[in-house]
Design a protein around this ligand. Sequence first.
Ligand SMILES: Cc1cc2nc3c(=O)[nH]c(=O)nc-3n(C[C@H](O)[C@H](O)[C@H](O)COP(=O)(O)OP(=O)(O)OC[C@H]3O[C@@H](n4cnc5c(N)ncnc54)[C@H](O)[C@@H]3O)c2cc1C
Length: 415
Amino acid sequence: MRYVIVGAGPAGVTAAETLRRVDPEGTITLVGDEPEPPYSRMAIPYLLNGRIGEEGTHLRKTADHFDRQAIEILHGRVSTVIPSDGAALLENGGSLSYDRLLVATGSQPLMPRVPGADLPGVHSCWTLADARRIAERAGAGRKIVLIGAGFIGSIILEALAIRGAALTVLEMGDRMVPRMMNEQAGNLIRQWCEARGVEVLVSTQVAEIQDRGNEKLRVVTSDGRSIEADLVISAVGVRPNVSFLDGTGVEIRTGVVVDGSLQSTVPGIFAAGDVAEGRDFSTGGYAVHAVQPTAADHARVAALNMAGLSAPYRGSLLMNVLDTLGLISASFGQWMGVEGGETVELLEPESYRYLCLQFDGDVLIGANSLGHTEHIGAVRGLIQGRTALGAWKQRLLRNPTRLMEAYVAQTKLYA
Ligand SMILES: Cc1cc2nc3c(=O)[nH]c(=O)nc-3n(C[C@H](O)[C@H](O)[C@H](O)COP(=O)(O)OP(=O)(O)OC[C@H]3O[C@@H](n4cnc5c(N)ncnc54)[C@H](O)[C@@H]3O)c2cc1C
């Protein structure tokens, strides 16, 4: 069996290693277009805040790790796939034959569509190459404008603040992390950041970025404000890397649509990670969940199915945990609730603690939390187990902090 994996990020690497475990004989080629050893983007904030060096971002730590598993690593870019020939064509003219192909190409960052977005000094924060450029310009006292306070923007924010930069954050939504946090939680995160010297402008869009010369920039907002900057970082969203699949017949919506075995609509072509639009555990629908745990889960299941084993995918639970300048927030599943469901909130604004639980019948289906780290495991367990809470639902409605007790009681942990 010849396996070709396109993309050498966490999904690609996990898939390659899983394949090797279950198929000692097959040939495995992992093609990646970045000029680095396979690394984790998740580690970039720790590189920027100085807690690790570049090697700390590498997914595997020894130089011969892949050789020892007979996984061939190829630096190159796949430009076209021809399913009828079982061939992946490389940009440099080469070609790879496959029996099974895994698309693990991740996403690429979008830039704001405004004048000046292509100026030097305006960067995304997506790759190690981006991180190196940002590190050069993001020292203590430098002025940085961060466009976008979503999940990635809010993660980067912490690293930039720790470097001592003077930060202004622009967010077009009415609160921080609007796709992960409700109004109460998003506003508390904003207040937390502002109390630590970060300027956060919500309901604000960038209209233009101007070059002032001498590596100085000016960001003009939609409401006419001008903000001086040494560096502008864009974290406005991402788009799955799918263009090389044009003409293959692989169905693309937002990402590559995959079935319960992570196979695309073209037999023999599978997808995993940020590029894949797979089953959502909570809704039963399809979604791109661009987080690393989903990439690893997808990759393991895809690899088993590629090797001919039958491994069903239960769906990924949307779960984001964020550390914003020391404030830990988390968002799970259907955090915004469902029609006919019930909600309970516990708000302690002075201590930046907040808990909001969402129920459908007597099942916990989603949550937002700030500062309540002790509940993260119980919330996840209850949602993923679709645990019937019975009498515990009323107890949680009266006091949502009794989550761990509910979890232990209803999952009969110590029975
Ligand atoms: C700054 C930052 C912080 C993050 N923090 C977290 C976090 O705290 N928690 C979390 O869960 N997630 C986090 N993420 C998201 C996480 O990094 C992604 O979900 C994860 O990287 C997805 O893995 P992947 O393998 O699907 O894609 P990627 O890691 O993007 O890897 C895909 C690889 O494929 C390559 N590629 C693309 N097209 C081709 C082609 N045609 N040919 C060959 N190679 C190609 C790409 O260049 C890339 O190297 C963070 C992301 C960033 C940028």
